[in-house]
Design a protein around this ligand. Structure first.
Ligand code: NAP
Length: 306
């Protein structure tokens, strides 16, 4: 049921896309990015998003999922809704399963029934962090309940749908969500408030600019990619190193940042030491060019100061 519109001399396909978790850090940016070229309907729990058509959906309630999908009749679904705080997932396992596993199953079933393809967002945290630079061929080994449920969501999506893609995303950095949330936002707010921020010096992640993440998801949709892809800048830094560079660029007090080891912090959910992701498969398929670290920091600076 693709809609078509003329754009200059060329005709391009305009999709009707349902974005779940559209008030979240990634979902909000994805919805805005895709809305430039496509008809986007944003699924939110409450409220609305200015300039974007919205539908309410509680992903943990199968009837709510069915009603929303029937109402929107999308060609494509980008599934960003999830319970994402790993420590809350660890202590609230039942709710986490209902949202991340049962919710994904309900959405995959409804999407398949209505003929829509789906991109499911998964996480770098599905790996145990012993190796780093993980490719799509590496075997996941989740350390936390959050990661277990994200991996189960991948399996359910693959088992339920014929036309799907899994975007296993590295940690995103940028200002996104209503209200804004995520690691960069927490760090900037903490330092602006003059409070101390403790960052792991021995945990390595592929800090991925939020705008690049949205662009990569757009490419996956528009190129009809299917199967599993890692979304990443293809490099890694420690959480502490990234935080220090960001603070310096934003003129924030770097002395408030304390380098700690992962063994120094008592967390409910275990974290991997190095779950950096290779982006070679995505780059080969699409020519995707992620931002270098200095460009990433520059973009984040303009988001927080603009
Ligand atoms: N951020 C990262 O660094 C990262 C890295 C790897 C993978 N991912 C994955 O990317 C996806 C998006 O992450 P994010 O960072 O954007 O997360 P986020 O900011 O926490 O947003 C999650 C969204 O899910 C919504 N949600 C939670 N429970 C729901 C429910 N029962 N029904 C409907 N909506 C519900 C939230 O609604 P409210 O706005 O109402 O709270 C929120 O909008 C997730 O699948 C996550 O696992 C994220």
């Amino acid at each position: 049921m693709a809609l078509h519109r003329a754009r200059g001399a060329a005709e391009e396909t305009t999709l009707k896309i349902l974005v779940t978790g559209a008030a979240g850090q990634i979902g909000h940016r994805v919805a805005r990015h895709l809305a430039v070229r496509h008809h986007v309907v944003a699924a939110v729990r409450t409220g609305g998003i200015s300039g974007i058509e919205c539908v309410t959906m509680d992903i943990a309630e199968p009837l709510s999922v069915r009603i929303a999908v029937d109402h929107v009749m999308p060609n494509a679904v980008v599934h960003c809704a999830a319970m994402t705080n790993a420590d809350e997932c660890e202590t609230g396992r039942d709710l986490c399963r209902r949202v991340n596993v049962d919710g994904t199953r309900a959405l995959a079933e409804e999407s398949a029934r209505s003929g829509a393809r789906m991109i499911y967002l998964s996480s770098d945290l599905v790996f145990d962090g012993k190796k780093g630079d993980y490719t799509e061929d590496d075997k996941p080994n989740p350390l936390s309940w959050y990661a277990e449920t994200k991996l189960e969501g991948e399996r359910i999506t693959a088992a339920t749908m014929a036309d799907y893609a899994i975007a296993r995303t590295a940690i995103v950095v940028g200002k996104g969500g209503i209200p804004p949330r995520g690691f960069a936002c927490w760090l900037v707010e903490t330092l602006r408030a003059g409070k101390k921020a403790r960052l792991y010096a021995d945990q390595f992640r592929s800090h991925f600019y939020l705008g690049d993440c949205a662009a990569a998801i757009g490419l996956m949709l528009e190129r009809n990619l299917t199967g599993l892809y890692h979304l990443s800048p293809g490099r890694k830094e420690s959480r502490h190193a990234f935080g220090m560079v960001l603070a310096e660029k934003l003129g924030l007090d770097r002395s408030l940042i304390e380098a700690i080891g992962m063994d120094d912090a008592a967390m409910d959910a275990k974290r991997p030491k190095d779950c950096s992701l290779s982006n070679a498969k995505l780059v080969a398929a699409t020519g995707f060019e992620p931002s270098a670290l200095d460009k990433t920091i520059e973009c984040i600076k303009s988001e927080f100061e603009g």
